[in-house]
Write a protein that binds this ligand. Structure first.
Ligand code: ZN
Length: 451
């Protein structure tokens, strides 16, 4: 019933035509919008939704109040006593399929001691709003909410519903969030496309250098490597101590590098990036770069993240385990990847535990969503390279794409590398100027796309 890739080409062309011919209605007074938008962002940051445990219903309440004041129909769907998802719907005539604006309400935990500003304080300093979630993903959530309210106030005639979807639990795989919504409220998510986090607008010297519109993501796998031995008294060392065996395997894995593989998306991306970013060279169909964030999307990667072994200081344990957080390229078969790891690690008492699953289909660059985002960005960021993007991370987009909803990722704020790297780290912050650019971008996208 739902198309996997995109609207038919004719649909995309018509959609494209409406963009070009659209005449600008009265634009919001952005100076007046700024304090309101920043206040909503601050309120969302101050609402503690660290996951675990999430408590996302608290953020739903903030958004519910906001949309009620604007007269926009809104509903919170409770999953349990503290978690839930929210949908706000600005109605169009229904002549065309809706557009979804997706953002997640939960944030990753933080260690306050290492921050220069309180992570839940949402303080304003040096032109920035500081706090956990400023970039990931409360900034986008606030920008989407404000754009929806502005659209309602403008009285613009919409042919499509514009639907804000605020999801829980994105930072832990999306089960009670987008997963729950797809299972229980699937018809509410029917859409021509969804806009979600994922892609990025990277600035250099204060100017957007490139815009990456995410059309596909790497697949995240937690693969457990278990070394087995025999337990015994630590006073009589054993040659089959599994901790030594695991250490040998890890040393081998540090040397593992899977070869560079380009698919149509990364090929187009790197060819374009090589023209604007001197840290990347395109030579004989291969990418040359030392930049870690580029390297991450050129091959399958492995990061050991958790170690587990032993239960008493004087007992040799029967097993030792490491969690390998692996990010596979979209085309990579998980079984074949683990086979290659098994060969690489070599002989030993090893076992790999994982569950393979099918990869979601990429979202087409011919789709209405891509065309629209590209069009809006071209106008807002003249001179920037606008390219399809493979995201190294995984988000709600994976489940949306698997459910047949074309999904495009774009974190709508121009960010410099120094700010992007604070995501999930300390001192996360967003410049007010960048944030407001994001509000405008989403407003234009919804206004043009909704007509
Ligand atoms: Zn996120």
């Amino acid at each position: 019933m739902y198309r996997n890739k995109s609207v038919p080409l004719l649909g995309a062309i018509l959609f494209y035509a409406t963009l070009i011919s659209s005449t600008g209605a009265a634009q919001p007074d952005w100076k007046k919008v700024q304090p309101e938008a920043v206040a909503l962002l601050q309120e969302l940051i101050r609402t503690d939704t660290q996951n675990p445990p999430g408590n996302e219903l608290a953020a739903c309440r903030v958004l519910e109040d906001y949309f009620r004041r604007e007269g926009i129909p809104v509903q919170t769907y409770r999953v349990d006593s503290s978690r839930g998802n929210l949908i706000a719907r600005l109605k169009g005539t229904g002549a065309s399929k809706p557009i979804l604006l997706v953002a997640h309400t939960d944030v990753v935990p933080f260690d306050s001691a290492s921050w220069s500003h309180p992570p839940l304080g949402a303080q304003i300093e040096d032109g920035y709003v500081w706090g956990r979630g400023a970039i990931d993903n409360k900034g986008m959530l606030a920008a989407e909410a404000v754009a929806l309210a502005l659209l309602k106030r403008s009285g613009v005639h919409l042919r499509r519903d514009i639907v804000l979807v605020a999801t829980a639990a994105e930072e832990s795989g999306g089960g009670p969030g987008i997963g729950w919504l797809l299972e229980n409220q699937r018809e509410q998510l029917d859409a021509v496309f969804a806009l979600n986090e994922g892609g990025r607008i990277v600035t250099q010297n204060g100017k957007p250098l490139w815009v990456g519109i995410e059309t596909e993501e790497k697949a995240a796998y937690n693969i457990k490597l278990i070394a087995r031995g025999n337990s015994g008294h630590a006073s009589v060392p054993r040659e089959d101590n599994p901790i030594y065996a695991l250490a040998r395997a890890l040393a081998r894995l540090e040397e593992y590098s899977s070869r560079q593989v380009l698919d149509p998306v990364t090929r187009a991306f790197f060819q374009g990036i090589a023209k604007v970013d001197p840290s990347v060279q395109w030579l004989d169909g291969q990418v040359k770069t030392d930049d870690r964030s580029y390297l991450a999307i050129l091959s399958n990667t492995i990061s050991p993240t958790l170690l587990e072994a032993g239960y008493k200081t004087n007992v040799i344990p029967p097993s030792a385990t490491v969690n390998l957080n692996c990010r596979l390229l979209p085309e990579q078969d998980a079984d074949a990847f683990v086979d290659s790891l098994t060969t690489w690690v070599g002989e030993g008492p090893y076992e790999f535990n994982y569950t393979a699953r099918s990869a979601p289909p990429p979202s087409s660059q011919d789709g209405a969503g891509y065309v629209l985002i590209e069009q809006v960005c071209r106008k807002m960021f003249p001179g920037a390279a606008i390219l399809p993007y493979l995201s190294p991370g995984m988000s709600d987009a994976a489940r949306l794409r698997r459910a047949g909803i074309p999904t495009y990722g774009l974190l709508p704020f121009p960010l410099m590398e120094n700010d992007i790297s604070r995501m999930h780290g300390k001192d996360e912050r967003i410049s007010i100027e960048g944030f407001m650019t994001g509000v405008k971008l989403i407003y234009r996208l919804a206004e043009l796309g909704g007509k």
